[in-house]
Design a protein around this ligand. Structure first.
Ligand code: AMP
Length: 401
């Protein structure tokens, strides 16, 4: 069984083709700068065990041309003979709002809902829709499934997802916490249950997805009961360029004293804040190097980043009551041993004890980094959102056959 996973943005399309018998990636690629004169299309695949990379530069004026080029690259590389030979196509969709708690077969209703949710996902949903529309035209006989980043968090109780603003804003405008990175949080919890030989339905975990975007999730009995991102991915942890939590009055203050507009504030909090706002850099590898060389702003950014994580671990431990494991994932979570060590330091009171030796590595596979007698296991689990989308797509396709 072959499943293609598509992540279409407004100016890029990321794709991965999986062999679902082995979960192996047969080919992957990225098409960038769609709509510009100098667009770039790339494919990586294996030819008799040898990795090959093919790149093409040309003008790719829209998603239709992008998906045609992707199809040509996949066919020329020999991994498929025709896009219609695929057993399923899985589309990543960031904002599924309150409408979707499970992956769905693409129908007119589903695309209309994704379109209706554009105000809640203005940066992502339009690109996803463009990809879905073209994909339906190009592969009309292949089952197509949408997998939502928000779906895993649909199990949050109302007292966790509501904001304490007048209730009519929830009723009329659906303003509430939705949460994101759900595909990643779900994937690592499933992996943890397998690794620990535990029934996922009784597993309590705190999952930390730490990448350029970062979020934390409280998982009770295998289900999300709270998460740090909110109506948008701006809330919660400190991120590469996003502030995460702050007093909303900071915005009134900036508007009143400096005359900042809504657009200025949006840019400030989403693109110029977080690690970048504190030390001028949003690449954790660079920040680690700068801090090691004595740069005090880089060290401050790290201290703030780790402190915010620690606060969430504390509050989610209280929310869960019993904690079985903490899971680190994402580019920073998988690779940065200092972040893991410092965000979990002095948490013995919660039964969290990191083993500095086990922790001192980049983790390419599931690794336990807590001491053998630590009541709470601390794990590093490489995330694989594309594989999770492929697995969910496969499940839906098998149900409809
Ligand atoms: P992601 O968004 O999951 O791809 O993660 C991107 C973040 O991971 C960036 O801040 C990178 O600097 C960080 N990252 C990747 N590799 C490392 C590493 N070896 N050590 C520290 N941070 C890393």
């Amino acid at each position: 069984m072959k499943i293609l996973v598509l992540n279409a943005g407004s100016s890029s399309v990321k794709y991965q083709l999986f062999n679902m018998e082995t979960n192996a990636v047969l080919a992957s690629g990225l098409i960038e700068q769609i709509g510009e004169n100098e667009s770039n299309a790339k494919i990586k695949y294996f030819d008799n065990g040898v990795e090959r990379v093919v790149e093409r530069q040309s003008s790719i004026k829209n998603h239709e041309v992008a998906l045609k080029i992707m199809s040509t690259l996949l066919i020329e590389s020999g991994v498929i003979a025709d896009l219609n030979d695929l057993d399923g196509i899985g589309h990543r969709v960031v904002q599924g709002g309150a409408s979707f708690s499970e992956p769905e077969v693409v129908t007119e209703y589903v695309t209309a809902e994704i379109e209706r949710l554009i105000p809640l996902g203005p940066l992502h949903n339009p690109g996803h829709l463009a990809g879905i529309k073209v994909s339906l035209e190009q592969s009309p006989t292949v089952p197509q499934v949408v997998v939502f980043d928000t779906a895993f968090h649909s199990s949050m109780p109302k007292h966790a997802y509501l904001y304490a603003i007048p209730y009519k804003f929830y009723e009329d405008l659906k303003i509430r916490r939705y949460g994101f990175h759900g595909t990643s949080h779900r994937f690592v919890v499933k992996e943890a249950a397998k690794y620990l030989n535990r029934d996922i339905n009784t597993l309590n975990a705190i999952t930390l997805h730490l990448g350029n975007g970062a979020s934390v999730c409280a998982v009770k009995d295998g289900k999300s009961i709270d998460t740090s991102m909110g109506l948008t991915p701006l809330e919660g942890l400190i991120m590469g360029t996003r502030s995460g939590d702050l007093d909303p009055a900071v915005l009134f203050f900036l508007a009143r004293t400096l005359g900042y507009t809504i657009e200025d504030l949006d840019k400030l909090l989403n693109k110029q804040s977080g690690l970048k706002g504190i030390c001028g850099n949003n690449d954790m590898r660079e920040i680690d190097k700068l801090a090691a060389d004595g740069d005090s702003q880089a060290q401050l950014a790290l201290d703030m980043f780790n402190y915010r994580i620690k606060k969430y671990i504390g509050s989610y431990s209280a929310v869960l009551g019993r904690l079985d494991c903490i899971i680190f994932t994402g580019g920073i979570g998988e690779n940065d041993s200092d972040v893991r060590l410092n965000s979990c330091s002095n948490l013995g009171i919660l039964g969290i004890h990191i083993d500095p030796v086990a922790n001192n590595q980049r983790c390419r596979e599931i690794t336990t980094i807590s001491t053998p007698d630590s009541p709470v296991k601390v794990l590093v689990i490489p995330t694989n959102e594309e594989l999770e989308i492929a697995l969910q797509t496969k499940e839906v396709v098998e149900k409809i056959h």
